[in-house]
Design a protein around this ligand. Structure first.
Ligand code: WT7
Length: 636
């Protein structure tokens, strides 16, 4: 696609630049105007309060409710009987909820939560499969001002317990089990194990999904279907008039230390952000069928399966199961069956489907599609081209959205809703209005075109995280200290001579495995808990489908010998501690790890070895012979 044609460039840049300029030069005016797209109970007194920066607060004094904006306000319009949610089960079962249906179920669920004594500010943990009760309970929590914390159902009981303990959740909502490739994942059993090491959870609500036999603890655990029966369909729960900065949810994500951090978001600023970013990037229409394939256990699902589509009154599709079950055409069959018009997924999925071959795509009529989206990791040009040609038939622009759990919504993405720039495979193009992004060197100086640097965001934006739950210091240290005054996302990036942004992957010790974020330190702490392990270092090894996979280097304690069994044991230990997504692809037993003379593990060197690259400057290394052994090992 090459260089921008001058005319086109002008039109595009003018339109986008005009809005971008306004947003950056007069942010308060800009957001004062844009926030009115939502329904507020009370208007804000101040658009942006920066007196406690970097704990910025947006729309201070404003009162709002997420559930009201997602549901109630559509009931006053023709959208009342429009389908809000299409759900497809892994077994092919389909359920549709109109806005009115969702409203009824959310009110009932909110009443149920109140009956458990849940009140404003209480935390509710979710450990659920992709079933309608998940968004229903999220919205019910939001309705009464309870803070939801959804834990991805692929995490282990240990990981679940850690998150419950950090959030001090009072109530847990789960299901008997979840379907995955026709098999049942015993969610309630995992919950029972987790609850052995928590004290805050008083009650558990269990949704029946798989019919699996579960152990119900008398007085603690209750079946949802039994409770809900007693709640009339016309029950109305008044939506709480919440402060704009009342936390809507906590979502745990991996960082560079051993413990995940509880990123928490506001109600007002977050809703404004997801509303506008969806509008700008994907230009949604009322007749769209929007499908975001993420799991609601991640931010992508929170923002773009639940909140943003419902704020817009769109029809949002939600699929329960595995992408290639029972056959590799499952996703394409869903697009055809439901007439999906906008499809949003991750590069890792595209690469998996490339491997299955285009025949599975070609079996289906995908002519309903008009836009495609991608997120989660850099998209390689081969995957981009395949997506564009085979799925989109060269008709559908690809909206590559760069953002993070912390940013709440899209940050850098082609603005199809303003003016679509000519696309370049692998570039997320330009920052959206209100995003002051730049690429800088170690010292914070902007780097020249086509040079790798660190991505930074120089101004606050409404969707930004409120903080790290219970840990202000970690919030400041992680995001605002690397380049004081600016937000540091932890990514490498580059701009080309036309100003296009190219995200080049993580600049820190965080891996993106099949688009999931996993901290190497988390895996290392799991490994060193084993009696045989003296030291461990985890690095990402390139993988053609998953992008990268964790590979662990392990030094054993005296008296232990490397073996296949021990390798298995260690890999399983990580899966038990964190979840199957963190499972190392292998354990490399080594005599010594490459370290500097001051004792720091040289991960850079390990990374280079794994990638077959030059190890670079190793003048500070403590023991050269150990390094040479390692290089030798990877030669074969
Ligand atoms: C990290 C955030 C945001 C939703 C899903 C992931 C990487 C995300 C892109 C993209 C290149 C991307 C970054 C980012 N990332 N989108 N379009 N191109 N890289 O959320 O788990 O918080 O991960 O994902 O490294 O920092 P997350």
């Amino acid at each position: 696609m090459g260089v921008l044609p001058t005319e086109e460039k002008k039109i595009f840049l003018n339109k986008l630049e005009e809005i971008r300029q306004k947003a950056l030069e007069h942010p308060e005016e800009f957001w004062d105007e844009h926030a009115r797209a939502l329904d507020w109970f009370k208007q804000w007194d101040k658009v942006l309060d920066d007196k406690d920066k970097p704990s910025y607060r947006w729309f201070v004094g404003g009162k709002i409710n997420a559930s009201y904006n997602a549901l109630d306000r559509h009931l006053k319009t023709w959208r009342k009987n429009k389908v809000a949610l299409i759900w497809e089960g892994e077994n092919g079962e389909v359920k549709k909820y109109t806005y009115r249906d969702l409203y009824v179920e959310v009110n009932r669920a909110a009443e149920l939560l109140k009956n458990f004594g849940v009140t404003k500010g209480d935390r509710i943990a979710f450990y659920m499969p992709m079933i309608p009760e998940l968004p229903i309970f999220m919205l019910a929590a939001a309705r009464i001002g309870a803070i939801h914390t959804v834990v991805f159902s692929g995490f282990s009981s240990d990981a679940l317990a850690k998150r419950i303990n950090d959030a001090k959740a009072k109530l847990l909502i789960t299901a008997d089990g979840g379907f995955r490739r026709g098999k049942v994942i015993p969610l309630k059993e995992i919950v029972d194990k987790a609850l052995d090491s928590t004290i805050s959870v008083e009650n558990v609500i269990v949704v029946k999904r798989t019919g699996t036999k579960v152990n119900m603890v008398e007085g603690r655990d209750f079946w949802y279907h039994e409770l809900i029966e007693g709640i009339p369909r016309n029950v109305y729960v008044e939506p709480e008039r919440l402060d704009a900065n009342h936390p809507l949810f906590i979502l745990y994500t991996s960082g560079t230390t051993g413990t995940p951090k509880g990123v928490y978001h506001s109600t007002g600023g977050y809703l404004v952000w997801v509303y506008w970013t969806l509008k700008w990037a994907f230009d949604p229409h009322d007749d769209d069928i929007w499908w975001c394939t993420a799991d609601i256990g991640w931010i992508t699902g929170h923002s773009y399966i639940v909140y943003a589509p419902l704020l817009h009154g769109l029809t949002s599709l939600m699929y329960e199961g595995a992408p290639d079950y029972p056959a590799p055409d499952r996703w394409w069959s869903i697009i055809e069956k439901h007439g999906v018009t906008i499809f949003y997924t991750a590069p890792t999925a595209i690469r998996m489907f490339m491997r299955y071959g285009r025949k599975w795509v070609d079996m289906h009529d995908l002519s309903s599609l008009r836009l495609l989206g991608t997120v989660g990791e850099p998209i390689n040009p081969e995957a981009w081209e395949w997506y564009y040609e085979v799925v989109g038939k060269k008709r559908c622009p690809i909206i590559d959205t760069w953002w993070q759990t912390e940013t709440g919504g899209f940050m850098i993405a082609p603005a199809a809703g303003i003016a679509l720039p000519p696309l370049k495979p692998g570039s997320a193009t330009f920052p959206l209005p209100g995003v002051d992004a730049d690429v800088v060197d170690e010292d914070g100086k902007p780097v020249p075109p086509n040079t790798r640097g660190y991505l930074v965001i120089k101004k606050p934006w409404p969707g930004m995280l409120l903080g790290v739950w219970g840990d202000l210091k970690r919030y400041v240290d992680t995001y605002w200290s690397r380049f004081p005054g600016w937000y540091y996302p932890g990514d490498y990036a580059m701009r080309d001579e036309e100003g296009y942004f190219w995200i080049l992957g993580r600049a820190d010790e965080v891996l993106k495995v099949a688009a999931h974020r996993i901290g190497t330190m988390e895996i290392e702490s799991a490994l060193v808990a084993h009696p045989a392990v003296a030291e461990a270092a985890v690095v990402g090894k390139p993988d053609p489908v998953k992008g990268e996979v964790p590979l662990a280097f392990v030094v054993l304690r005296e008296g232990y010998e490397p073996s296949r069994e021990l390798e298995e044991e260690l890999i399983n230990l990580v899966a038990e501690n964190i979840g199957p997504i963190a499972r190392p692809a292998g354990i490399v037993f080594v005599r010594k790890l490459p370290k500097t003379r001051s004792g720091k593990i040289m991960r850079r060197v390990l990374k280079a070895i794994v990638r077959g690259e030059d190890v670079g400057d190793i003048t500070t290394i403590e023991d050269r012979s150990a390094l040479e052994e390692l290089i030798e090992m990877f030669k074969s």
